[in-house]
Ligand binder design. Structure first.
Ligand code: ZN
Ligand code: ZN
Length: 353
């Protein structure tokens, strides 16, 4: 496991990047105090010198309980006041895993990572601008025109009561059965046989383990040691597997079906009435014969318009609108931008006109 030399910053004079091996500040000469936090620069090289390695592996510094300065694990007496180690406590050690936030960001590391400057939050504004542009582009436009024509049509369906032939799974009320027979009413899935098939299957198999550096341990004496982790390594194996697949067939389900005669009201004819601005809308005259009746009624009203450029438009309207607009009357039309005739809306003046 690789060992690297860390740094510390002097809290008295502010000198930075003092070497881990230094027990006193190179700037002001003050002793390294208790609780100093070591950090590992990104470019820290691996320690290979035997003496330094021994120094690193000797253990954490101890803090003199009398004067508070740091002493190496190998020093039996305090370099500050000369007292014996006695019951003096050790400098704390820390372990940091990569990807986990540091308990307290050491100054040099914080300075090394450039703070991201917040840029203006332009995204949504830009999107809104684009959407705004699209609405403007596809938005409706208005034009003035005059009513150039009116057309109406009204229709009444005439139904006849007729005898018809029908078939069904039962005879409805009023039906007269003519004959019955067996017919296929539905199908059901029946297991017919199994077929042998093959398919590729994959299996994840562990092939070994991988050891990697996953963190750094602050040894409490200015040195840092790599923390190693292991994780399993896998490979995917493929093999061919055979299996039985069920094959189904459709089997018909029979039932009794009936052929019968019955009377039904069926459309026989449609009577139409049509007209323009010169003729008031009216229903067509209908002559009802024996075994006949009136069916559905439909009505349709269309206004035609012409604008100053001679372009024509049309719009299906309600009977009320049809009655309100006279030929030659000016109107405002709303349509899709770029629309060439086709569907238009009438912009109605407020309420009563
Ligand atoms: Zn200093
Ligand atoms: Zn001391």
């Amino acid at each position: 496991m690789a060992i690297r030399e860390g740094c510390w910053d002097c809290p008295t004079c502010g000198t930075t990047r003092l070497l881990g091996r230094q027990l006193a500040c190179a700037g002001c000469g003050n002793r390294r105090p208790e609780g100093i936090r070591f950090y590992l620069p990104d470019d820290a090289a691996e320690v290979t010198d035997a003496e330094r390695l021994a120094e690193a592996r000797a253990g954490a510094d101890w803090i003199c309980e009398h004067c508070g300065v740091s002493a190496r694990a190998t020093q039996p007496r305090c370099p500050g006041c000369g007292a014996e180690r006695g019951s003096s406590p050790q400098q704390q050690t820390h372990e940091h895993r990569f990807g986990e936030p540091a308990e307290e960001a050491p100054r040099a590391l914080a300075a090394a990572a450039p703070a991201k400057r917040r840029r203006g939050w332009k995204g949504p504004a830009a999107i809104l601008a684009v959407i705004g542009g699209m609405v403007w582009y596809n938005g409706p436009v208005e034009t003035t025109a005059t009513v150039a024509g009116k057309e109406w049509s009204r229709a009444i369906e005439v139904q006849e009561y007729r005898t018809v032939q029908e078939e069904d799974w039962s005879v409805p009320h009023g039906g007269r059965e003519k004959r019955s027979f067996r017919a296929v009413r539905d199908h059901r899935q029946v297991l017919d046989h199994y077929e042998s098939r093959t398919r590729q299957v994959s299996e994840r198999v562990q092939t070994g383990t991988r050891t990697y550096t996953c963190g750094q341990r602050d040894m409490g004496n200015g040195y840092f040691e790599d923390v190693t982790c292991t994780e399993p390594e896998y490979t995917t194996n493929y093999r061919t597997e055979s299996y039985q697949e069920p094959v189904y067939r459709q089997e018909p389900i029979y039932d009794t079906k009936y052929a019968y005669e019955i009377e039904r009201w069926l459309p026989d004819d449609t009577m139409w009435a049509r007209g323009d601005a010169a003729k008031e809308p009216a229903w067509p005259a209908v002559r009802i014969g024996a075994r006949e009746r009136e069916g559905a009624r439909i009505q349709r009203y269309v206004l035609r318009f012409k604008d100053d450029d001679g372009k024509t438009y049309e719009r299906e309207v309600t009977p009320e609108q049809f009655a309100r607009y006279r030929a030659g009357q000016p109107v405002t039309l709303r349509m899709k931008r770029g629309g060439n005739g086709g569907q238009v809306e009438i912009v109605e003046p407020d309420a009563k006109s």
